[in-house]
Write a protein that binds this ligand. Sequence first.
Ligand SMILES: Nc1nc2c(ncn2[C@@H]2O[C@H](COP(=O)(O)OP(=O)(O)OP(=O)(O)O)[C@@H](O)[C@H]2O)c(=O)[nH]1
Ligand SMILES: [Mg+2]
Length: 459
Amino acid sequence: MFNWFRRKKENKENIEQKPPVVEDKQSNAPSETSEIQSQPSLEWAKAAYANIQKQKQEIPENSEDERVASVENNLSAEEKNVDSSSMVEEKTEEVKENAPAWMQKSDRLSALKETAIETEKEEETTLDEDFVWSAQVLESQGRTPDDVSEEEFTWLRKLRQGLGKTRRNFVNQLKSVIGQGPLNQNAIEQIEAMLYSADVGYEATEYIVNTLQNKLKEESIASEDAIASLKEILQQVLDEPLQKLTKTEFEPEAGKLNIWLLTGVNGVGKTTTIGKLAHLAKTSGYNCVIAAADTFRAAAVEQVKVWGERTNTPVIANEGKNTDPAAVVFDGINAAIARNADILLVDTAGRLQNKKNLMEELAKIRRIIDKKAVDANIESLLVLDATLGQNGLKQAQVFSEAAQLTGVVLTKLDGTAKGGVALGVSRDLGLPIRFIGAGEGIEDLRPFSSYEFVEALLS
Ligand SMILES: Nc1nc2c(ncn2[C@@H]2O[C@H](COP(=O)(O)OP(=O)(O)OP(=O)(O)O)[C@@H](O)[C@H]2O)c(=O)[nH]1
Ligand SMILES: [Mg+2]
């Protein structure tokens, strides 16, 4: 079993970054093929590719079915031990029948199903530019070609493609101003404009530009080295919020209940993230329970149940009208304890009438958690939509006042040119980014790595 939470995510040298060797397709660099061919890392990539092909041949065809069957068996055994008198607990097969007629036909439900089908189809891994780039990232993390998995390559490819728009703007402009000698005023202004257009935000931009300027003040260095300096600065900005923490890794704590509360404005991807997290945690070897505490609209509960069905995760919900979300969380904690679950995922409402209401609701949920799960390890994660850029950050301020936030999940990095907002998040909110979403599919969310993010952004 591959544990995504224990995966090594940092550069092994941490400071000594490799210069970018794989050029972006649309940059005006020499042709890709000759670039890649000339790198010694290509051997590493080829060896990793051969290893993945070998792994695939070794996996018997019915292993996936067996895995699903064993999860189902475990589930039914666990379910026998749960007292569900006060809660409506959905067995996943019943979801479709229980959903109101309009919901069964609704676009949303069918869209979810379609994505499910889509993500089940595995894309063939090919030894292309993205693969070689991913291999370089893994190699610089101290990995060997025989200990890597295909899903790592699939994710790194997704991350790099997701940041493609932002990267193309960044890298092309950077190349035209950086590495032409000490930075002059004109170059500084261009870099500033570029950072703003990627939605890095005012404070982070000022910091990045000043630090870069100090570094490049005296010397005239090659553009590759200048980009390496910039990478270092960006990674520093992203890692800064970790400095004040005693435990920097984000991993479910063993022998404890871990409660992850997801908050954020409407439509940012909270519910989708819950589903993806349930999948990620389960396939990494953890038991999850979901509490459907978005009681603001009926369809929200149905949506969570679809994800419960897809991930074989029990969903605790309360069907009543105007139910108190805190009561659902209460039931969720009971169910998680009864099942000896590792993680309780809590979905919350994004559509709130006013700030006061939001404050009260979240505060109440938090009080229940603190009181009911005294020994639990609680993470309060703010979900932010990267496509909203700086606007999203402004809305986020309200949440940081209401919930005792401990981290951020950045969603929708696929297809946005505003990937730079990650830097603004770290600088302005002072919160570590814990997960990153780059697509609507179940596999499209992974733990965040500042090193991988910066590499995907600049090389
Ligand atoms: N492209 C893309 N779409 C995403 C991503 N994450 C979520 N979405 C989509 O964003 C839309 C809203 O997602 P939800 O999970 O319903 O958002 P929410 O925050 O729970 O919304 P409310 O419950 O209404 O507050 C859905 O269509 C998702 O498929 C992502 O990483 N990339
Ligand atoms: Mg939702």
